[in-house]
Design a protein around this ligand. Structure first.
Ligand code: SF4
Ligand code: SF4
Length: 406
């Protein structure tokens, strides 16, 4: 039994919990709720109603008149655990008729559980420690950050922006930097920027984790420290524009960093930046890349940032590419299952959701499934392999590089 510390539930969040009409629209589309329909507590409505019940029991009018009711620890732990069975995909926000910003609510709910010693989950601890100790979630040495670029250093000029000024700062992100299966994403992004003769560079070994995992799992204090370290480096580099190829880094730097410190340069995702280059003819798409592709909208680009058109415009501009849409697309796009720390803490749930997304893609008859986020890429590729699907997983920059480079 315990008295809850609600100091971390911000006023806006409390108003949002109170504003939920219990209509249940959100429960039908929630990817994790859909996989556990017998457990109401996993659904957006279930989490809201239970947390509302808990804080009203201690801080509501009845509690003021009759005294607060203590909440049993097991009930609190159950809700805390369930709150992490959410990919923060934002589907519930899209359908909520009361226009509740559920994305903010889930992150704030986790912050509340962390403040009460109930979060994050033990499975998240190694990632958190790795970010604190190595500045990346994959326990990789800082000195290896630029290793991905060695293969193309003769072909593309990539500056170290802390030593030499560049107009564009390419924020590579930890996953494309270190994961051997994903580093092609960084290589191809750099090749495309090089093909357009962009004056660009990276923070080299000084680039740090963007802090997305920390912020998404409720560890705001650690997330802020991580963000501030990067902001300091951005200030030193003083680029005109910053480009991220990771959807998670893009969301974090664009939406979270300005609440933490001053980010001088404009932050764009590589699909926005490159779409501009393609549409103004600065990138010549000379080679055909034959195939039928379907595009998976990463939640952090789509529902979180309304960035739907640019990736599709790039795909349509590549000669030989035919784009077909999945039934659930754009705002209604199914999540890949990896976000919000779900892949780390509930890998089987993440795999089930990814497998459903691969089935969506198979239904289009496409031969390639394309995305523009390393986490979506990782998850969907694994699901393709597990299912024995004929689909080929592709990063958008890989297709583009095949069309615009030698
Ligand atoms: S953000 Fe996505 S996974 Fe989380 S509760 Fe909403 S719909 Fe479900
Ligand atoms: S859709 Fe919105 S109002 Fe309806 S139950 Fe879900 S969160 Fe509450």
């Amino acid at each position: 039994m315990r008295k809850l510390d609600i100091s971390k539930l911000d006023v806006l969040a409390l108003m949002r919990y109170d504003a939920c009409t219990r209509c249940g629209e959100c429960t039908a589309t929630c990817p994790t709720g859909g996989e556990a329909q017998d457990v109401e507590l996993v659904t957006p409505r279930g989490k809201i109603l239970r947390l509302r019940e808990f804080y009203r029991a201690q801080y509501g009018l009845k509690a003021k008149l009759l005294g607060p009711r203590m909440i049993p620890d097991d009930q609190l732990k159950e809700l805390a655990g369930r709150s992490y069975e959410c990919t923060i995909c934002g589907q519930c926000k899209t359908v909520c008729p009361a226009h509740l910003d559920t994305i903010e609510m889930w992150e704030n709910m986790r912050e509340f559980f962390v403040a009460n010693g109930l979060g994050p989950l033990p499975a998240h601890e190694s990632i958190v420690k790795s970010i604190e100790n190595y500045d990346n979630p994959w326990m990789q040495p800082r000195t290896q950050r630029t290793r991905w670029s060695k293969r193309i250093e003769k072909e593309v000029k990539i500056k170290d922006v802390l030593k030499e000024h560049a107009e564009v700062l390419y924020f590579v992100g930890c996953t494309a930097t270190y994961d051997p299966n994903i580093k092609e994403m960084a290589v191809n992004s750099a090749k495309v920027l090089g093909a357009a003769k962009i004056d660009f560079g990276t923070l080299g070994n000084e680039e740090g984790c963007c802090g997305s995992t920390l912020l998404r799992t409720g560890l705001l204090d650690s997330g802020r420290k991580t963000a501030l370290r990067n902001i300091e480096r951005f200030e030193k580099a003083a680029p005109s524009i910053m480009v991220a190829s990771c959807a998670g880094c893009y969301k974090t730097i664009r939406q979270d960093y300005p609440r933490i410190g001053k980010v001088g340069a404009r932050m764009v995702h590589i699909t926005q930046f490159v779409n501009e280059l393609v549409s103004t003819g600065k990138i010549k798409l000379a080679k055909r890349v034959n195939g039928t592709v379907t595009y998976h909208d990463p939640c952090h680009l789509g529902r979180h940032n309304h960035l739907y058109d640019e990736p599709r415009k790039i795909l349509e501009a590549i000669p030989g590419i035919r784009v077909v849409e999945m039934e659930r697309t754009r705002e209604e796009s199914r999540c890949c299952g990896a976000g919000g720390g779900v892949k780390t803490a509930f890998p089987e749930l993440a795999e089930k959701i990814a497998s459903l997304r691969v089935a969506d893609a198979e239904g289009t008859g496409a031969d390639m499934l394309v995305t523009s986020c390393p986490f979506c890429y990782q998850s969907l590729k694994a699901a393709i392999e597990t299912k024995g699907s004929k689909l080929r997983m592709m990063d958008l920059m890989e297709l583009l590089a095949a069309s615009c480079t030698e």
